[in-house]
Every structure is written in structure tokens, then in C-alpha cells.
Design a protein around this ligand. Structure first.
Ligand SMILES: [Zn+2]
Ligand SMILES: [Zn+2]
Ligand SMILES: [Zn+2]
Length: 457
């Protein structure tokens, strides 16, 4: 398959051979541009592009290459797919690889983030260098955590913590959800997915009960199995000996048609609970922990970070004046309490860039993005507010402001919209404080913003 696929001239990059080939050399390959490595020499590979020849332990090779610092971010191509290749490799080796390689080198030149073994920054770098890659969850049904992200596992993030870890990066605005791949439930006792769903007797929790056709005597109110009512002459109540002729007049069939074999209680429906198979504990379904497994990609802010190499956010000013969403909520909640006590009015404004993904897809030039970032920062700096960027947008806490008096801040964003050639679109929503927010302020805030009307400009 290689005979016409490989171009004969490959430019050497700063003295290092361009390609590393793991396996036996194909006969027609140009020896000057390719360096061969055996499976025992993986630790010697320094190249940016690595081809792994099909072999029985391909997955093991991919794991080793991703684990060692020198090749963790390299462009790795494979001959044939394997179990882990969708998660650890960057596609199949083909005649078109030269273009792929050039694109990789171009992106590498623009990349200014130095991860220094920081796994968060390594992931951002990986997604920057391989723009078609995403963090995909892999199903591992034999494991109690059900899904894992193989690259993160290799980089030392424990499988049971990976979802929280990725969501933290999403909270920071660096990653974004691409698609919801699956949802699963885990026991609150040991976070296991090995759950047995049990229907039980509502009175004694026994699992031993059966379906039974029952009758209800109107004369004395007795309820019992239909077999106890059957006599040769017809139906007769075993309690009051009344003969039962007409359904609806003398008797009916109650909805309680389950009988517990342990405590003999009759009931209509057996409630379902979840038994943790690790420790046998029974949990109500509402007590189970729900986890969403998404695929993740680099957000606009994440792309900027990978390019600029400074931990900045599209919406944070250069002094890094940014608080976490939890801090923002704590502050807003505290202001809410004060507002209630002293009769003050505050507003939380959300500004959302609605087509951020679209901008990066269409390839908004990064220098334009950088200008956009600068301009947004200057708005934030000159406003007496604190902000936090979430998937819901930029959040501003505006003290002593009525929701109706936001026009000056909004007009600053509208002006910004007009100075860019590419279509920028911001959505504005606002909620007022004080409010009855319930126990979970963040949940209240997100729900209230979602329900609030878009502010017309
Ligand atoms: Zn358990
Ligand atoms: Zn029972
Ligand atoms: Zn009766």
C-alpha cells in the first residue's frame, strides 16, 4: 500500500529526521527522511510525526508514546485502527500526510503554552496541536466508573475523577462540551455503577412478592386472593359468607394486586430502589449520583490560551482579575443577603457571545480574536463590576443598579459589535437582586437567567 503513497523528498526539520517509523521499514521508503525504531526503542523517539506499523501490541505502543514527555503531543498516525487508536492516535497514515505534517508544524510554531507536565495545560496543548481531536469518553463496562478518557488516564488523572476534572476546565472557559455521549448513575456510597434495581414490598422491603388477582367484598370490606372467594356455587366472601354476584355492586377488583410473601401486605405498586452491589446498601433512585459523559473540545478562550501562552481568558483582564464561578456565586449570594436587609437593589447581567463556535470554525483570524479580547477587557476594567465567564456567558455583578438601567454597559458591547468585520452577536439577560434564591444559588441563577427575557437593544 505504500508504493505510491510516500513522496520521496521529505524536508528534514532542524537536523532531525522528519519521520519516526515504529516497526519494520517498508522497502520503498526514503531512508534519509525516515528513522526506524523497534518497539524497545520508543523512548528514543523525538520526532513530531510518528507512524506506527500494524502489530499485535499497537495499543501498548500508543500508550507508551502518549505517556512519555518527548512524544506525548506528537502527531501519531497508524496503519490500521485498534481499540485505543480513536483516543490516542491522530488518524491513518496515507499519501496526504505531507499536508497534515505541514499544518501540524504551522500550529506548533503558533503554540506558546509551555505545559511543564501540568496536565491541564498538556490537554489544551494537545487539542490545539490536533484541531480535529476531541476528548472522547471510552466505554469500559468492566470498570465501576463505566467510562474513561484514555489520554487523561495515561497522564495520571484517575478515571473516577475525570468528569469533575474536565468540568473544572469547562468552568474556567477553556474547554467546551461538544456532545453529550451518555449519562449514567452511580451509588452515593462507593460511586459504583454496579447497581441492581430492585422492586420491594413497601411495608417490609422484602423482595419476595407475587402478582395475585384479588377481590374486594363491599359488604364487609375484606380484600383477599380471588381463589379464597371461589366456591362451587360461585363467588362467596370468606370473611362474611355473603355471596357476591355483581361486580361493581357486591364486589370489585382492587388495584392492590401484589401480595408480599413475607408480611402478606397487599399493595398496588412496588417501589424501585437501587442496591449497590459493592456494599449491598439500598438507595432511593433520587439519591443516586448522575454523571454526564460529554466529548470535549477546545473553546475559543482555550485556543487563545494555547496561542498566547498566558493563563488568560477571553473575558478576564490582563491582571488575571477573575474569580471562580463558586466565588462569584458566594459574593452574589452575600450581596443578596445585604440587599434584603438594607433594601438595596443589584443586578446580575449575563452577556453571551452567541456564535463563538461559529467564529472559530469560520477561522476568525486569531489577531482579531486577540483584539476582541483586549476590547472586552477594557470594558470590564472600566466597569464597576466583577465578572465570571461560564458557558452561560460573561456574568457581571452590578451593585446598586436596577435591571432597567443597564443601557450604558450594553451599548459598549453593541459598539464593539460594530467595529468587527465578522458578525459578532451578544445576547443580554439580567436578573435582579434581592431574590429568594433557595439553597443552591448557582442553580437558581442559571435557571433565572435561562427564564429571563432577552434584553432588546
Ligand atoms: Zn456501595
Ligand atoms: Zn412485606
Ligand atoms: Zn365480606
Amino acid at each position: 500500500m505504500h508504493s505510491d503513497a510516500i513522496p520521496t523528498v521529505i524536508p528534514p526539520v532542524s537536523g532531525v529526521t522528519a519521520l519516526a517509523w515504529v516497526g519494520e521499514a517498508p522497502a520503498d521508503i526514503d531512508c534519509q527522511s525516515v528513522e526506524l525504531y523497534s518497539q524497545d526503542q520508543l523512548n528514543l523517539i523525538k520526532q513530531d510525526i510518528i507512524i506506527v506499523q500494524s502489530c499485535a501490541n499497537q495499543d501498548q505502543i500508543l500508550c507508551s508514546l502518549r505517556q512519555q514527555t518527548s512524544t506525548s503531543l506528537s502527531l501519531i498516525l497508524i496503519e490500521t485502527p485498534s481499540l485505543l487508536s480513536p483516543y490516542l492516535a491522530n488518524g491513518q497514515w496515507s499519501g496526504e500526510w505531507q499536508q497534515e505534517y505541514d499544518a501540524f508544524i504551522k500550529r506548533k510554531k503558533l503554540w506558546n503554552l509551555k505545559p511543564n507536565n501540568n496536565v491541564e495545560l498538556m490537554l489544551l496543548s494537545y487539542l490545539w496541536l490536533h484541531p480535529e481531536a476531541s476528548m472522547l469518553p471510552r466505554k469500559v463496562p468492566v470498570q465501576p466508573h463505566l467510562y474513561e478518557y484514555p489520554l487523561l488516564a495515561l497522564w495520571g488523572v484517575k478515571s473516577c475523577n475525570q468528569v469533575e476534572w474536565l468540568n473544572r476546565l469547562t468552568d474556567k472557559g477553556w474547554l467546551e462540551h461538544l456532545q453529550l455521549e451518555n449519562r449514567a448513575r452511580f451509588s452515593p456510597c462507593c460511586h459504583s455503577s454496579r447497581l441492581n434495581y430492585l422492586d420491594t414490598c413497601p411495608s417490609c422491603q422484602s423482595i419476595d412478592f407475587q402478582l395475585q388477582t384479588c377481590l374486594h367484598c363491599f359488604n364487609c370490606g375484606h380484600i383477599g386472593a380471588e381463589t379464597q372467594f371461589r366456591k362451587q356455587s360461585g363467588l362467596e366472601c370468606p370473611n362474611c359468607y355473603q355471596s357476591l354476584r355483581h361486580i361493581g355492586v357486591d364486589y370489585d377488583r382492587p388495584i392492590e394486586n401484589h401480595v408480599c410473601k413475607t408480611c402478606h401486605t397487599m399493595f398496588a405498586e412496588a417501589p424501585v430502589s437501587a442496591q449497590c452491589l459493592e456494599c449491598n446498601e439500598l438507595h432511593e433512585l433520587s439519591a443516586l449520583v448522575t454523571k454526564n459523559f460529554y466529548s470535549y473540545g477546545l473553546s475559543l478562550a482555550g485556543q487563545l490560551l494555547a496561542r498566547q501562552g498566558v493563563v488568560a481568558n477571553l473575558f478576564a483582564d490582563s491582571e488575571g482579575n477573575q474569580m471562580s464561578l463558586a466565588q462569584f456565586c458566594w459574593l452574589a449570594q452575600w450581596q443578596n443577603k445585604l440587599a434584603k436587609r438594607h433594601g438595596q437593589t443589584h443586578t446580575i447581567l449575563s452577556v453571551k457571545l452567541t456564535d463563538g463556535a461559529l467564529l472559530s470554525e469560520r477561522g476568525m483570524p486569531l489577531h482579531q480574536l486577540e483584539t476582541l479580547q483586549e476590547r472586552i477587557c477594557s470594558i470590564v476594567r472600566t466597569t464597576d463590576a466583577c465578572t465570571q465567564y461560564t458557558e452561560e456567558g460573561m456574568l457581571f455583578l452590578l451593585p446598586f443598579t436596577l435591571p432597567g438601567c443597564l443601557s450604558s454597559l450594553i451599548s459598549k458591547f453593541t459598539e464593539l459589535q460594530e467595529t468587527f468585520t465578522l458578525p459578532l452577536h451578544f445576547d443580554f439577560r439580567a436578573v435582579g437582586l434581592p431574590a429568594d434564591t433557595g439553597m443552591n444559588f448557582q442553580q437558581w441563577l442559571m435557571a433565572s437567567l435561562a427564564q429571563s427575557e432577552l434584553i432588546n437593544r
